[in-house]
Design a protein around this ligand. Structure first.
Ligand SMILES: Cc1cc2nc3c(=O)[nH]c(=O)nc-3n(C[C@H](O)[C@H](O)[C@H](O)COP(=O)(O)OP(=O)(O)OC[C@H]3O[C@@H](n4cnc5c(N)ncnc54)[C@H](O)[C@@H]3O)c2cc1C
Length: 311
């Protein structure tokens, strides 16, 4: 499909933020196109169960993605499945280049390119994703009530999530490859006073083991001695980093030191006509409901911006 041309709004990224933005843009009668390079639905398309999207008591990530896509298409959203390779800012119009070479221009852009969790890269990690392996305690902790879990990492996120999991589970092992944590002092103090958490120092996970259906243990290695052992665990929560997909973000758009886009409460960036929504935006919680809410705000703000420009 030749997607090139002029639009009122271009949305880059078809996760919950982008799809919600698309729905709201179409309801505001804006000429809109959404570009997605991979699976529509974004990160949730690969998540097994979603139990915390309000009004939907339990659904697979794949089914929720399909519903979001169907809903946006029902309002006539044009979706192009291609990679955006370049975004350029302009004065009245901004431009987006696709891998095919097509050039699209629009008065407003909504950047909803999300982020990527850093993986351990060990055997069993991909196989048991959603069946014991998780990158989100808020999303999946509830499935491990009264069970034993291993948490991997040593920064603030790993410690916060270990503390969160200790309220739900029977036992938490915090596996860290060094002999000290990077997390803030206050979090470390809370960690050591939590009896359900045991820190396993100087240790890495070499393999995640399962019974073919779900996780049952991890193979550990002491990085000082090279000694290996097996540790029983029903779940493995990995918090070794989350990066924004920020390589496309034009240099004129302000980002924080991690690369997350800084916006105001209308999801407006430092460049007029460019909005950011969802996980790419600097904010407190990365959840589907927050991404969808951002998509709504960004679309309403973009609609207002386009209307003012047209006048
Ligand atoms: C395994 C897992 C399970 C999760 N479970 C839950 C849960 O149960 N509940 C919950 O609330 N949250 C959950 N989350 C978090 C939730 O998925 C995210 O907060 C949410 O998906 C963010 O939505 P988004 O639209 O901002 O970004 P994303 O979902 O990351 O979507 C961004 C999209 O942009 C596309 N994109 C990126 N670059 C380009 C480009 N150059 N060209 C075109 N397209 C591009 C990507 O392919 C992607 O589809 C989970 C996350 C993971 C990883």
């Amino acid at each position: 499909m030749n997607a090139g041309g002029t639009y009122e709004v271009i949305i880059v990224g078809g996760g919950p933020a982008g799809l919600t933005a698309g729905l709201y843009c179409k309801r505001a009668a804006l000429e809109t196109v959404l570009i997605e390079k991979g699976l529509l639905g974004g990160q949730i398309a690969i998540s097994k169960d979603v139990e915390n999207y309000p009004g939907v008591e339990g659904i697979t990530g794949f089914d929720l993605s399909e519903r979001l896509v169907r809903h946006a298409r029902a309002f006539g959203l044009k979706i192009v499945q291609e990679e955006v390779t370049e975004i350029r800012t302009g004065i009245d119009f901004h431009s987006v280049r696709l891998a095919s070479g097509d050039l699209l221009i629009a008065r407003a852009l909504i950047l909803s390119v999300g982020g990527t969790v850093r993986k351990l890269g060990v055997p069993g990690e991909a196989e048991y994703l959603g069946s014991g392996v998780s990158y989100c305690a808020t999303c999946d902790g509830f499935f491990f009530r009264d069970l034993t879990v291993a948490v991997v990492g040593g920064g603030d996120t790993a410690v916060e999530e270990a503390l969160y999991l200790s309220k739900l589970t029977k036992k938490v092992y915090l596996i860290h490859r060094r002999d000290s944590l990077r997390a803030s002092r206050i979090l470390q103090n809370r960690l050591v006073s939590e009896p359900k958490i045991e820190i396993v120092w100087n240790t890495v996970i070499r393999e995640i083991l399962g019974d073919g259906k779900k996780v049952r243990a991890v193979t550990l290695e002491d990085v000082r001695t090279g000694e290996g052992r097996e540790l029983s665990a029903d779940g493995v929560f990995i918090f070794i980093g989350y990066s924004p997909n920020s390589h496309l973000i034009p240099p004129e758009v302000r980002v924080n030191e991690q690369g997350f886009v800084i916006t105001d409460d209308r999801c407006a960036t430092s460049v007029p006509g460019i909005f950011a929504a969802g996980d790419i935006r600097q904010k407190f919680a990365n959840q589907i409901v927050v991404a969808a809410a951002d998509g709504c705000v960004a679309a309403l703000a973009a609609a207002h911006y386009v209307e003012v420009q047209r006048a």
